[in-house]
Design a protein around this ligand. Structure first.
Ligand code: NAP
Length: 854
């Protein structure tokens, strides 16, 4: 007799539910696993259409938790077909006696949280009621076929098939007239099989898809050898990789090589027959439209090579979406199908279907009769299976209601208002953008560890905090914003289901990164969660440190380069290193004109560079001081940033050099910065600038100089400045703030590097001067309006913020922007880190506001 009150109810007996059952038993939890089908396998149970195969190679798409399986189970192919994967699931279920823990042909209709009992009550399709402490949805992401939403679907009297609900006995299309609607993965895989049997096949295509041949065959010996040689290392590499598959990562932009070279590189990736390799050929396929277009061109050229009729080839060639923003497909002879004389392609964007009829399909004035219609029209992805169950959390709130504007989760695992409720590969986790096996195992293990920890400590409930959920939403949006996904109508965005909120459903920050965040949340005492039980409460609001995804990627790359620490170098070596790094960066946008020259510094001539906008002048003028800790850099070292600000704000930027330490210590840089400002004020008109519209700006040590000269201009009778834009400025060398401790290591500008800069620049006594530490000025009143930008993970963050607060206290108009997830250097990395774009756009509008109305 099955238990009516258990520790855990799990919905679904696919690979997620099966592994979870195994782990729950191992840890001594009682459980019920409820499965709608009559066997294990989940997606591989339901999707039995001909040609169904896994697009991820079998070396990577298998369980890792039972190492014996690696030797016991021999995959026959690189990309296993559905029957073999289902047999694998059945084998594992038998081996580990999982069948005895699963109730088949049972659906969960309703689940409600009982806040007084601190338990879930589950109602099933068999009329059973089960109570449980924890409730897990392991329902898969692509398990609810979407309604085909075509008029007349219920009228057709012939055979109707849906790829995601294929008859177990198979279908023989021999001699039939068949229509296939849809050209996603399922259609692309099944089409060659259907075409080989059917007398006539008409394919109704709404959006063409990118697809590459799987080059299926035996498992690739290289991968198998690597896996067998060091299983643990291989699997760890998968777990920490961006997509859950060990893969060579790109090092070059698609725009940094010639088209011929780019195509040659893509050809190499193509030959590998691995789904994720094409997109990983270049660093910027996912984030840069022009780079992505190179890949699109290559993929389209492949279609034209195969499909003989140029018009059909063009109809099959995707033009409207970036590569990867709709799930790319893998096929075996898909495009070849369209060379067969009995196959016809109908572009329903040009020739829309008017109705399905009793005998066939009417479209664009034509009627065609069919024996069978195959709907390969996709799924209500990621959220469909979850909200299809009537789930009610605290205070009567249903999940459907909570998610009516899009799913809200913390870590894609849990959601506020629904205690002890978990989703495996849910929205807000890497899920469908990853190798599912890796993501499933990670979630199962996280849930298992959470349950064990709670039991050990006597907690009964776990629920994320509203703040943590909001942070996660913002972080997911930050990640999505730098990609090209949002411009495409895809099921990733919920766009395939009419009325579904448009939001990027999976987390796109990467599998390895996501794992680190989840692990950190647990290891640091369940950051972002509230735990309760037995009269105890543990509330740990966080924060999980969420860096911008591109910034983190850059730090990862830098870590692999094992660069020497700057503070171990001489100034000359550090300057050489900085110059060499500058040659590898993106150049920044074009501006109207660039002019170099010299001006009289405090102790001899110094260089300047003028960036003039393309618009007609005269322009407001910004005197810009470069970063580099008073030791490094020059008037050209922040070139991309100066170009970007010039263009965005439509202002003239004059970047001026100053003498550097240790050759010229404090106050030499200040004297030069001051001389530069006076000289610009005198000569602004000659440059085509407006002499009464001058502001100062600077980054880091340059921000320090800009702040200092703004005070000097106030105290010395002019020039009257319109504003000061200080980007991650140094404002107080006399002490170290909390951000030095929080962010002192690992974020390029370290505590040690900052100390190295200061030691070269100024003595301990000099640091107390207001010309070195503008925050120490006795009064900050009557200074020009300021915009102060700080980075969240910057040792100097608190100094910048302190200066902003002190200015505001002194009555100076201040705009303060703390750049979320940024480090000291990242905002300046124009065209390399897209997440900095919005920060620089704010900086530019800050500059415009300084000059507005004058
Ligand atoms: P899909 O990718 O969503 O494709 C559905 C197709 O039907 C699209 O071409 C879509 O056009 C079309 N469609 C939908 N509604 C339509 C309508 N009313 N009229 C005309 N056409 C319509 O679905 P899928 O092929 O089943 O694949 C879903 C996902 O499952 C895949 O992306 C993949 O992640 C997974 N999958 C994986 C494998 C594998 O690993 N081997 C195999 C199959 C599926 P639009 O594009 O215009 O919406």
């Amino acid at each position: 007799m099955a238990e009516k009150d258990v520790d855990v109810v799990v919905v679904g007996a696919g690979f997620a539910g099966m592994y979870l059952l195994h782990e729950l038993r191992k840890q001594g939890f009682s459980s019920r696993v409820l499965e709608a089908g009559d066997d294990v396998g989940g997606t591989w149970y339901w999707n039995r259409y001909p040609g169904a195969r896994c697009d991820i190679a079998t070396t990577d798409y298998q369980y890792t938790w039972d190492p014996e399986l690696l030797d016991e189970w021999q995959w026959s192919e690189k990309h296993a077909a559905q029957p073999e994967i289902l047999r694998y699931a059945q084998y594992v279920a038998k081996k580990h006696d999982l069948y005895s823990g699963i109730d088949f042909e049972v659906r969960v209709d309703k689940a409600a949280w009982d806040d007084s009992a601190k338990k879930w009550t589950i109602h099933t399709s068999t009329g059973e009621t089960i109570t449980c402490r924890h409730y897990v949805m392991a329902t898969g992401c692509l398990s609810v076929p979407k309604d085909p939403d075509i008029p007349g679907t219920d009228r057709f009297k012939g055979n109707v098939y849906v790829t995601g609900r294929w008859p177990h006995e198979g279908v023989d299309f021999t001699g039939q007239r068949v229509a296939v609607i849809g050209t996603g993965s399922s259609a692309i895989q099944s089409m060659p099989h259907i075409a080989s049997q059917a007398k006539q096949l008409v394919v109704f295509q709404r959006t063409p898809n990118f697809s590459m041949p799987a080059f299926n065959g035996p498992q690739p010996p290289g991968r198998v050898a690597r896996l067998k040689a060091d299983r643990v290392a291989y699997q760890n590499e998968a777990r920490m990789s961006p997509t859950g598959v060990p893969m060579e990562m790109a090092t070059v932009s698609a725009l940094a090589v010639s088209r011929e070279e780019a195509f040659a590189m893509l050809e190499k990736s193509w030959r590998k027959g691995e789904l994720l390799q094409i997109g990983a050929t270049f660093t910027d396929v996912g984030i840069n439209r022009a780079a992505n277009e190179v890949v699109c061109d290559f993929m389209r050229s492949k279609i034209h090579e195969v499909v003989k009729d140029p018009e059909t080839a063009e109809t099959l060639s995707p033009r409207g979406h970036a590569y990867g923003t709709k799930r790319p497909c893998m096929d075996t002879n898909y495009f070849e199908v369209f060379n067969m004389p009995h196959v016809r392609l109908v572009d329903i964007r040009k020739k829309p279907i008017t109705s399905i009829t009793e005998t066939g399909i009417d479209f664009d004035g034509e009627s065609i009769e069919f024996d069978s219609i195959v709907y390969a029209t996709g799924f209500d992805a990621m959220t469909g299976a979850i909200v299809n169950v009537d789930i009610t959390g605290k205070n009567g709130l249903t999940l459907k209601k909570k998610w009516e504007n899009g799913p809200l989760t913390y870590l894609g695992l849990t959601t506020v208002g629904f205690p002890n409720f978990y989703m495996i590969t849910g929205p807000g986790s890497p899920s469908v953008l990853s190798n599912m096996m890796v993501s499933i195992e990670q979630h199962v293990e996280w849930i298992r560890d959470a349950l064990v920890d709670m039991r050990d400590k006597g907690f009964e409930t776990i629920e994320p905090t509203a703040a943590a959920e909001e942070d996660w939403r913002v972080h997911c949006t930050d990640c999505a914003d730098i990609t090209l996904f949002q411009d495409t109508n895809s099921w990733y965005m919920g766009a395939n289901v009419p009325g579904k909120p448009r939001v990027l459903l999976p987390y796109i920050g990467g599998v390895g990164r996501y794992r680190r965040i989840c692990t950190e949340a647990m290891q640091r005492g369940f950051l972002g969660f509230e735990l309760q039980g037995n009269g105890k409460q543990q509330l740990n609001p966080g924060p999980v440190r969420l860096m911008q995804p591109d910034v983190e990627m850059m730090l990862d790359v830098m870590a692999t380069l094992e660069l020497p620490p700057i503070e171990a170098m001489s100034p000359a070596e550090a300057r050489g290193f900085m110059d060499a790094s500058a040659t590898m960066r993106a150049p920044g946008p074009d501006v109207g004109e660039i002019v170099d020259g010299t001006f009289p510094g405090a102790d001899g001539d110094l260089e300047y560079r003028v960036y003039r906008p393309a618009s007609a002048g005269p322009h407001p003028v910004v005197v810009y001081y470069h970063g580099g800790g008073w030791v490094l850099g020059s008037h050209t070292s922040d070139d991309p940033l100066c170009r970007d600000l010039c263009k965005r704000a439509d202002v003239m930027i004059i970047s001026v050099n100053y003498r550097h330490a240790p050759e010229a210590r404090f106050p030499a840089a200040v004297d030069d910065a001051w001389a530069a400002l006076q000289w610009v004020a005198k000569n602004a008109s000659a440059f085509g600038g407006k002499p009464d519209q001058i502001a100062v700006a600077g980054w880091s040590a340059g921000g320090n100089l800009a702040a200092v000269v703004a005070q000097m201009a106030r105290d010395n009778g002019g020039p009257k400045l319109k504003g000061q834009l200080l980007l991650t400025p140094v404002t107080d060398g006399s002490r170290q703030s909390a951000s030095y401790i929080e962010n002192g290591e690992g974020y390029v500008l370290t505590k040690n590097v900052m100390e190295w800069f200061w030691n070269h620049y100024a003595s301990a006594e000099d640091r107390k001067s207001v010309k070195a530490s503008p925050l120490l000025a006795p009064s900050l009143a009557n200074l020009p309006p300021a915009m102060i930008v700080t980075g969240q993970f910057d040792p100097l963050r608190d100094e910048g913020n302190a200066y902003a607060h002190a200015l505001a206290d002194a009555g100076v108009p201040v705009k303060r922007l703390q750049a979320r997830g940024h480090i000291h250097t990242s905002i300046t990395m124009v065209d390399m880190l897209p997440s900095g774009q919005s920060v620089r756009a704010h900086m530019a509008s800050g500059l415009r506001e300084f000059f507005a109305g004058n």
